[in-house]
Design a protein around this ligand. Structure first.
Ligand code: NAP
Ligand code: ZN
Ligand code: ZN
Length: 347
């Protein structure tokens, strides 16, 4: 066991505080990673605040992790000491079920092991990336191409793959009109990736305040959802809508923007159920779908795609003592566009 520095939530209501956590000994197929940067995903906030269900505290969150391999187990062959690597939302799965066998470990029929707040194979509760080191099975460790700026790479491990996967599955590309609802951490990556895939991208944000950024990220059009005219003007327009909003939205109003056979994919994960009238789906033969992160093979594909297209998240690098303030800024949609913790400041 190794004791390492971390930040943890003591409860659902207290601010995160500096602490130490234990990392297991490096097993035969494990990799010990010295974490350099950890992104702050809105899911971290939903989780520590108990919005998605009760947690065991203290809990260290963080599932957008980049760092360098410091040690490898005796039978680990995929990564070597000194490699730049990443860890996303999962650290294990059964590897045997039909979904794992086809590289969709995120949909493991026996339940994947989340990077934090999940029961690990040794019965302990997994602890995430707001820490200096992590030990992970080599099969769940990604290779982060050197051409992706080190400080900015972490958010790809969740925000990147969570948007890449549905954009790829629903064939965003030339000739496709894609709308991205909400331009925060996930949303700004959706804009960059969809645009690199060749789609015609529209941002639907609460206001026009980030319009110039949206255009810089590759969007051709930008509308405010606070303006009722937006919904009149864009009726029956899109082939694909990616909804990244962390809160409740009017699903019927947004679904009405889909054209014939269009699909709206929800990746935003508000705690409350979202009501919807099925008649909205009958019109234009629309579909409403969901998508969760992405598999390991697809995550590597996404990292390589971002390297090839020169895509990186826009980040604000913070020290650990600014985590609680960053949470408040995420909650007020004041994020440009992902907070990343410099783990050298963990205490
Ligand atoms: P984020 O950075 O906070 O971005 C969310 C964006 O949604 C905000 O920037 C804002 O965009 C918009 N928004 C927020 N509150 C709103 C409201 N009340 N009405 C309308 N729009 C609102 O969060 P994130 O890290 O991108 O995560 C987004 C959601 O995806 C979270 O619920 C997260 O848990 C979930 N998630 C899901 C998966 C998955 O596998 N499906 C993976 C990761 C995260 P504008 O300022 O542009 O309006
Ligand atoms: Zn996440
Ligand atoms: Zn499985």
């Amino acid at each position: 066991m190794k004791t390492v520095k971390a930040y943890a939530a003591p409860s659902a209501t207290d601010p995160l505080i500096p602490t130490t956590i234990e990392r297991r000994d490096v097993g035969a197929k494990d990799v010990l990673i010295k974490i350099a940067y950890a992104g702050i995903c809105h899911s971290d906030i939903h989780t520590v605040r108990g919005e998605w269900g009760p947690q065991q505290y203290p809990l260290t969150v963080g599932h957008e992790i980049v760092g360098v391999v410091e040690e490898v187990g005796s039978e680990a062959t995929r990564h070597k000491v000194g490699d730049r690597v990443g860890v996303g939302c999962m650290v294990n799965s059964c590897r045997e079920c039909a979904n794992c066998q086809q590289g969709e470990e995120q949909y493991c029929l026996n339940g994947n092991v989340g990077t934090y707040g999940a029961t690990d194979r040794d019965g302990t509760i997994t602890q995430g990336g707001y820490s200096t080191h992590i030990v992970v099975d080599e099969d769940f460790v990604l290779t982060v191409p050197e051409s992706i700026p080190y400080e900015a790479a972490a958010p790809l491990l969740c925000a990147g793959i969570t948007t890449y996967s549905p954009l790829s599955h629903w064939n965003a590309g030339p000739g496709k009109k894609v709308a991205v609802v909400g331009m925060g951490g996930l949303g700004h990556m959706a804009v960059k990736i969809a645009s690199a895939m060749g789609a015609e991208v529209t941002v639907l944000s609460q206001s026009l305040s980030k319009q110039e950024d949206g255009k810089r990220f590759g969007a051709e059009h930008y509308y405010a959802t606070s303006d009722p005219d937006t919904f009149k003007q864009l009726t029956n327009t899109f082939d694909l809508i990616i909804n990244t909003v962390s809160a409740k939205i009017d699903l019927d109003a947004h679904l009405g923007l889909l054209g014939l056979n269009g699909t709206m994919v929800n990746v935003g994960a508000p705690a409350d159920a979202l009501p919807l009238h099925v008649f909205t789906l009958f019109n234009q033969r629309r579909s409403f779908a969901g998508s969760g992160i992405g598999g390991i093979r697809e995550t590597q594909e996404m990292l390589d795609f971002c390297a090839e297209h020169g895509i990186a998240p826009e980040i604000e690098l913070i020290s650990a003592d600014a985590i609680n303030e960053a949470y408040e800024r995420v909650l007020s949609s004041d994020v440009r566009y992902r907070f990343v913790i410099d783990t050298a400041t963990l205490g």
